[in-house]
Each structure stands twice: as structure tokens, then as C-alpha cells.
Ligand binder design. Sequence first.
Ligand SMILES: N[C@@H](CCC(=O)N[C@@H](CS)C(=O)NCC(=O)O)C(=O)O
Length: 204
Amino acid sequence: MTSNLILYNGPTSPFGRKCKIAANILQIPHEEKIINVYKSDFLDDFNPLRQIPTLVANGQVIADSNNICLYFDNISSKNSLYPSDRYWDCLSFINVANGIMENGVNRFIEISAIEKKDQREKTVLRYEKKIARSIEWIEKNFQKINLEFLSMDLISIACALDYTNFRYSDDWKNNNPNLKNWFDQISEKEFMKASSPGVSFKYE
Ligand SMILES: N[C@@H](CCC(=O)N[C@@H](CS)C(=O)NCC(=O)O)C(=O)O
């Protein structure tokens, strides 16, 4: 498929998954390139943080998943994924979902890429506490979200929870019944199945 939108992505990135699902729902034609971010020096010219997702849109670089999703939303003729009646609320939920992803990624790096003797137990616990607290916060505030409309915060929450299941644990389901019920349903959607994590590259 030829396109002037190139989404550099990874096989398991929850941030990249958010963008992929947003592009799917908003019907944004683009080319996705799955790269090994740890070996992709070429990306430094676009994004000195060398992170995925990074979008190159007609030569314009857009880094960071939040910016990429906003860009897709901006150029789409579909309904915005950011409901105007709860815009700031939506951004706050997205921020909490991103935090779950970030702590999940950092936790996984700590336990999988660092020699056992050098792993920081307290740091891992700190990541885990933040993940648990954030999921509980979403559960407690979930009624603020209109579940009839697939908004960007719901997409982000779904990606964050699935990444938690993938890299850490699904024990959160035991004490967050509303989220569990909703998550079990959204997991059945084609856009979730089509974007589920692949095989990761070795951290280096
Ligand atoms: N704030 C960024 C975070 C992206 C991020 O952390 N990406 C990870 C993969 S999940 C990455 O590229 N890691 C490689 C590295 O930082 O060296 C976003 O929302 O896009």
C-alpha cells in the first residue's frame, strides 16, 4: 500500500497500538512499518528520543502517541474521538492510561533486561503500585465516560489494560468489576484483535 503517512511502530508497543486503532477507527490510510527501535539509527533524524510510535506525514514528523492520535483526528472526516462535552476529562483519562503503559514498559524492562542481581525491587514495586492505583482510579471514575461512543480515552484504557495483562498480570480484574466487564467486551472487537501484540525485539 502506498501512502504518504508512515507510522513507525513496534510489535508490542501499547502507545503504537493506540495510534493504530485510532487510524483504523478514523479511517486514515497509512503505511505501518514495524521496526526494531533499538537498531533503528535512522529514526534519530526524525525523533532524537528514538521512540516508537513516530509518524512521518508528508515529510512532517509527528512524535509521541498523543500527538499522532490528535493529528489523525484532525485530518479525519469522521466524528472526533475527543468528545467536546468532556474534552479535558478525556485527556485526563488518556494521561492515566499512558501512565499505566509507561509503568508497565519500565517494569518489564527492569525485570527482563536487567541482570537479576541488579534489579531494583523497590522500583518494581513502585511501578506496580502506580499501575494498580491508576486502574482503581479509572474504575472509580469510569461512570464519567459515555460507553456508547468509542472515544480516545476508551481506546487508550483498552490498550493499557491489555498491555498490563500481556506484560504483568490480569489480577486487576479481581477488584475492578466494571472495568473487567467492559474490557472483556471490547477485547472481542475486531480492532483489538487485529492489533494484539506480536513478538518483541530484544531490549538493548
Ligand atoms: N510518550 C511516548 C512514549 C513512547 C514509548 O515509550 N515507546 C517505547 C516503546 S513502547 C520506545 O520507543 N522505547 C524505546 C526507547 O525509549 O528507547 C508516546 O506516547 O509515544
